[in-house]
Design a protein. Sequence first.
Length: 501
Amino acid sequence: MSHVAKAQLLILCLFPLTSHAAPIGIFEDQKDIGTLLHPGSSSLDSNLKTYTLSAAGENMWAAKDAFHYLFSKSTGDLSLSADISFIGTGADKHRKAGLMIRQSLDADSAYIDVALHGDGLTSLQFRESKGALTHEVQSNLTNPKRLRLEKRGQFIRLYLSTDSTKDEDLKFSGASHRLTFADPFFVGLALCSHNKDITESATFSNVQLNTNLPTPTAKPTLYSTLETQSLSSTDRRITYTTNARIEAPNWLRDGTTLIYNQAGRIYRIPVIGGQPEVINTGFATRCNNDHAPSPDGVLLAISDQSQGNRQSLIYTLPITGGTPKLITPIGPSYFHGWSPDGKILAFCAQRNNEFDIYTIPASGGPDASTETRLTSAKGLDDGPEYSPDGKSIYFNSDRTGQMQIWRMNPDGSGQEQITTDTFNNWFPHPSPDNKKLLFLSYSPDVKGHPENQLVSLRVLNLSTNKIDLLANLFGGQGTINTPCWSPDSKKIAFISYHLIP
């Protein structure tokens, strides 16, 4: 062997040539992401127009992933659709097949995907930044036949069809997340066995990658999604989605039912999803988003604008429905919270051009002398809610020039500021176990509590004063106006909103 040949051989040994897979159908390459004990593979049956992926991999979750990826580089807005089916019964119900957008091919890359699990669970999963933990929004639809991931700007949305394999029959699932990807990024098909020692397979049929989405010409359609979120995992699950505005969910005492308002009426729906049912509120057919059940679960307090001069007045009625009983004869009055013993209502009211916090006996009264004014500072005081032990009332106030969370004694004394950050913080809700305080945060430049804004749900630990982020979403007015904790303090309910092209 010549000296030249020896040198060339040495170079090849030290620096082997990188092997790239040939393009497979509409995708440019394939790769095992993370550590896989058994190499994955992708193939295309051109006649059936079906991709088959096989892969091991411990999971697509937490702070890093292990799966097989069939992908292309892309930029801008796009959509990826496919019919997904697993092959065989599978060894783990959490095996995942999905459609994925990924910033890089690193195992801990930021990403978002729709993951169809082996047991039919379908979730929008996302890691917001490199090395961060994965979170999810679980759809209330299982075993969909067709799935689509659509990226428009910063918003990525999930569309599903349970009875059709046609793109035109896909419907918005209610799952959406705001995530920024720098161009270029990767888009493609993903498979993970959820067991590092086992290889699973799945087919992806009728795959369509559209990188030239038409520019919307019509006014976007508003969708509302009623969601619940676990405090322990921060993972979310969809209860109900509709192309109408719904607002302000409350949890009923049974822990299995939610209520909300829509178009002036109050509805109930199972937490697990189903068909909403209207609650009979008699003449009160202009209910707003200030309502909640009594602590014993017997009564429902509502704020309604159907009578007289159409100003909001507070009523109570049986939780199962019935004739409303007037509590506040003077308006506008907006209900926000019950005292723990159910004897007092706390509300926000406008009197003499000032919005302040008031209380009134839950039995009501014939005139304004029964209501007690608790705040008198200049500016807006709103959102009063009793602590579960009855020792405090939390509220929000802009008396310092910025909306912040405050606390006072039930008689109005001892008013103190609780939050001091740069956000505008609204609607404080103490958990039933009195350990946490949930509230809604707007950016510093947003005045009031308008709808259709980029907002955050945050929670304050009342022992440590540490504030944690629960979710970033598109919402605001209607998201969490009144009490929204589950009775066991483990979950919250809220409304997110979506403007769909």
